[in-house]
Design a protein around this ligand. Structure first.
Ligand SMILES: NC(=O)c1ccc[n+]([C@@H]2O[C@H](COP(=O)([O-])OP(=O)(O)OC[C@H]3O[C@@H](n4cnc5c(N)ncnc54)[C@H](OP(=O)(O)O)[C@@H]3O)[C@@H](O)[C@H]2O)c1
Length: 229
């Protein structure tokens, strides 16, 4: 039975990934900040032991290591999904703030810590995918709107990390996918988003299902096209 570890699994895109993969028979390690209040997630529990809800705070650099004792065996997908938009106000004049550093811990360092911790378990699996939930807003070439300093910079740095991971983990057979989910109607994306979580997740899982070494270290839109760095 395939196994995925998904962070930020209690709402938005992470919750939809859990729902979809449970429906396909997967075992899920669902990492959330507050298990006690993860009621939407618990509602999807099939009650057969395939959903494991684990406490995980991405702002704590030791959190990935702490998960290790609870996430055992081969890991087909490590999905570093948890993320924050960053501090508000976030535009020029107030951008250099402690909140900027917090955004980097959550959006950038946490996925790297997860990859460092779980790369061997991913390598031992059938699918061998590390998926990084990035954003088109992390593209420097695509930035024609300015602002959002912490979010853009933390996702651009995540992309750089994804590229290095793809090279460093190539010999282990691990495929690193850097993914933009589209503009999605979640708490973060807001009500004007162009796609539903269901549409975004379905498209992301299609990309993951056809993952191969030639795709590793590339930055994909949900339409399957490469995004510019
Ligand atoms: N929605 C979009 O249009 C869009 C576009 C591009 C990229 N993305 C990326 O997609 C990912 C998911 O976004 P979303 O739209 O689903 O946003 P969301 O609905 O706001 O959900 C964010 C998730 O991240 C979790 N999270 C935040 N800080 C955390 C921390 N310190 N420790 C553990 N979990 C934490 C949240 O948990 P809590 O409930 O505990 O806060 C929640 O589960 C993010 O990385 C985001 O940057 C989204």
């Amino acid at each position: 039975m395939p196994h995925a570890l998904i962070t930020g699994a209690n709402r938005g895109l992470g919750l939809e990934h859990v729902r979809t993969l449970l429906g396909r028979g997967w075992t899920i390690s669902a990492a959330v900040r507050n298990p006690g209040s993860a009621t939407d997630l618990k509602a999807f529990d099939p009650g057969d032991g395939r959903l494991r809800i684990l406490r995980y705070d991405a702002s704590d650099l030791k959190a990935a290591q702490a998960l290790r004792s609870e996430v055992k065996g081969p890991l087909d997908i490590l999905f570093a999904n948890a993320g924050v938009i960053g501090p508000d106000p976030h535009n020029l004049g107030a951008a250099a703030s402690e909140g900027f550093v917090d955004a980097f811990r959550i959006n950038t360092l946490a996925p790297l810590a997860l990859a460092e911790t779980f790369a061997s378990q991913v390598a031992d699996s059938q699918l061998r995918v590390i998926a990084l939930q990035s954003s088109r807003m992390g593209s420097i070439a695509d930035n024609d709107g300015g602002g959002r300093y912490a979010y853009r910079a933390s996702k651009a740095a995540l992309n750089a990390i994804g590229k290095s991971l793809s090279i460093d983990l190539r010999d282990k057979g691990v495929i690193v996918l850097i993914l933009h989910p589209g503009w999605v109607r979640t708490d973060m994306g807001g009500p004007n988003g162009l796609v539903t979580p269901g549409e975004a997740v379905s498209a992301q899982l299609d990309i993951i299902a056809r993952a191969n070494p030639a795709m590793s270290g590339r930055f994909f839109h949900i339409n399957g096209e490469d995004l510019p760095w």
